[in-house]
Write a protein that binds this ligand. Structure first.
Ligand code: GLU
Length: 610
């Protein structure tokens, strides 16, 4: 969600902080700010509403010197996006803090602090942390112990970084529910909510664990767990490339990431197979024993990842010999659910930090699920660390808020999960090798689909004046229709709904008229004749259709229907293949609408708050 960057260095850190914020801007972007302590121990703060560039421009006008600083891009939860609500928040001109997350007991703390004489200057929940640390400083020997005393009083989620202008040689960081990663430099150290922010200055990172508080100086990093006991957190070299955050020749990250899918999938498939068999270690050391014992899979995810899980349910129940359920994480975590015997909990999240998914995983463990597996794109993320098994997608950094390559690589991971579980529950070697063969054709097939971009761009013009749309699919294409509708609404702001095509006559048919484009995904599978009947139902009611159809399915364009021929592919990989045309359609419609494709309004990447 929001971005945090902090540094303790000998050199001026303003540029490092702003570059870090720019690299995180995709996570939250309604306002930003920076606070730096200069060599005279003065605390200087600048905040701006809007993009990070507005802050960079302000710093260019009014340069900030100093080697200790913190910076933040905000995704507002409490209080409108405004300069007064932007972080850092300051208490009594001494303590400056940035925060990612939500302090749930902020009202109670605010009342207590007001009674102590603290004046609040923002509507945020965050500001209580600044005043509370200041208050605790009165009875504690140093900033570290004051922060340790403060976090004990906080309820909710936080990743927070705190400085005191009187001790510019250090910053204190604390994590509970929102990720923080320490970056180790030479004679300088850093903190960020995502390592992407720090790639220009270091490659060596250590993730904080839940409840950790750390004191960071130029030369030392001392980490303490929830109980205040000193702990080590393993530092690792990152392999993510420095320019992972560059758009290259592409106009938008989303387009770049759409085009990266053949490579991302090649990377995700690479090294997973031996002699035409899946190497089950792709899921972790004990995968074979765990998969052998399970009888049920419960998938938990949010947003786009939820749609990949929905496809997986079709695959798992058809092929793997175990039953499967899927649920939205924010629902699962707040209802009383039945825990089946020998059940595996599978969480899916690009970032591995999605707050609801993480909470659902923790609940599932308490409830007694037999084992857990994370399908995730970020090594070392909370979800990966807290799960028994993990399958790492190799999508590379995904910056566009609307997920593309993370989704399709998740699908690849989930198809491999189907193979891995199936192999323990009676899937034949022939079935397995057939699916592997199909998977291997995928990257080239996707390249063929990307070549359709020009005709999809032409199609997009029809959507310029539309306000609503309907997406239809059947079977494992129903979740793909849902994902297509989600993409369109996320980036073009056109209202889009998806239905299992068989549901049309149970309600949505009432909506059909010339103003409601109907988008259909139509691979040539055993449901194609049923789907053709659904198309006729729409046609008979004067609807306008856009059909992405298998080239062999013999659809022809006419007055009521525009057909885009999609190259023929094996049934099993069709959900992945048909995702791409829908991504391209949303992208080109958004371009026509003139929306902010990579940073759509009100949304943020990596939803680390509830
Ligand atoms: N809850 C805080 C606010 O609204 C932090 C939001 C964020 O994570 O950016 O200011």
């Amino acid at each position: 969600m929001c971005g945090i960057v902090g540094a303790v260095a000998q050199r001026d850190v303003a540029d490092i902080l702003v570059e870090g914020l720019k690299r995180l801007e995709y996570r939250g972007y309604d306002s930003s700010g920076v606070a730096i302590i200069n060599s005279d121990k003065q605390l200087q703060r600048l905040r701006r509403v809007g993009k990070v560039q507005a802050l960079a421009d302000a710093i260019a006008q009014q340069p900030l010197s100093g080697g200790t600083g913190i910076a933040h891009t905000r995704w507002a939860t409490h209080g409108v996006p405004s300069e007064a609500n932007a972080h850092p928040h300051i208490s009594s001109d001494n303590i400056a803090i940035v925060h990612n997350g939500i302090i749930e007991n902020h009202e109670k703390l605010r009342t207590q602090l007001q009674a102590l004489g603290y004046i609040f200057t923002s509507e945020t929940d965050t500001e209580v942390i600044a005043h509370l640390v200041h208050h605790e400083m009165k009875s504690h020997a140093n900033l570290l112990t004051a922060v340790q005393a403060t976090v004990k009083q906080l309820e909710g989620a936080y990743g927070t970084v705190i400085t005191d202008k009187n001790t510019p040689e250090k910053m204190i960081v604390a994590r509970s529910g929102s990720p923080l990663v320490i970056g180790f430099g030479l004679g300088e150290n850093f903190i960020a909510s995502d390592m992407m922010a720090l790639l220009p200055v270091t490659r060596k990172f250590a993730f904080l664990e839940e409840g950790d508080v750390a004191e960071i100086t130029r030369h030392d990093v001392n980490i303490f767990d929830t109980h205040g006991t000193p702990v080590e957190r393993e530092a690792k070299e990152s392999e993510v490339s420095h320019d992972a955050g560059d758009k290259g020749e592409y106009r938008h990250y989303m387009l770049k990431e759409t085009y990266e899918q053949p490579t991302a999938i090649r990377n995700t498939l690479d090294g997973r197979f031996l002699n035409n068999k899946l190497s089950i270690d792709s899921f972790g050391k004990n995968a074979q024993a765990i998969f052998k014992d399970i009888e049920h899979v419960q998938i938990i995810a949010c947003g786009t990842s939820y749609h990949s899980g929905m496809v997986a349910r079709y695959w798992l129940e058809a092929l793997s010999g175990v039953s499967c359920n899927i649920e939205i994480a924010s629902e699962f975590r707040y209802r009383k659910s039945f825990v089946p015997k020998n059940a595996l909990i599978v969480t899916i999240s690009q970032s591995g930090e999605t707050a609801d998914t993480l909470a659902a995983l923790r609940l599932a463990k308490e409830l007694g699920y037999s084992a857990s597996l994370a399908i995730c794109n970020v090594p070392g993320s909370s979800l990966v660390r807290e799960s028994d098994l993990a399958f790492m997608t190799k999508a590379g950094a995904e910056i566009g808020v609307a997920s593309t390559k993370a989704f399709t690589t998740q699908l690849v991971g989930l198809l491999m999960l189907t193979l891995a579980i199936g192999a323990q529950h009676g899937m034949t070697a022939e079935q397995e090798s057939c699916i592997i063969k199909s998977l291997m054709t995928l990257p080239n097939k996707l390249e063929e689909v990307l070549a359709l971009a020009g005709s999809i761009e032409d199609l997009a013009e029809d959507f310029a004046d539309k306000h609503h749309s309907l997406f239809l699919g059947r079977g494992d294409q129903y979740p793909i229709a849902m994902e297509g509708a989600l993409k369109l609404k996320e980036i073009s702001y056109i209202h889009a709904e998806a239905y299992a095509a068989g549901e049309l006559k149970h309600g949505p048919l009432a909506l059909i008229d010339a103003e409601m484009p109907v988008i259909v995904v139509a691979p040539r599978n055993d449901l194609i004749e049923k789907l053709k009947s659904n198309i006729e139902e729409v046609r008979a009611r004067g609807g306008l259709m856009y059909v992405f159809a298998d080239v062999d399915a013999k659809f022809a364009s006419d007055d009521t229907m525009k057909v885009i021929n999609v190259p023929h592919c094996d049934d099993i990989i069709a959900p992945i293949v048909y995702t791409l045309p829908l991504q391209l359609l949303s992208y080109y419609v958004a371009i026509i609408k003139g929306t902010d494709v990579d940073q759509p309004r009100n949304l943020a990447k990596s939803v680390t708050v509830e």
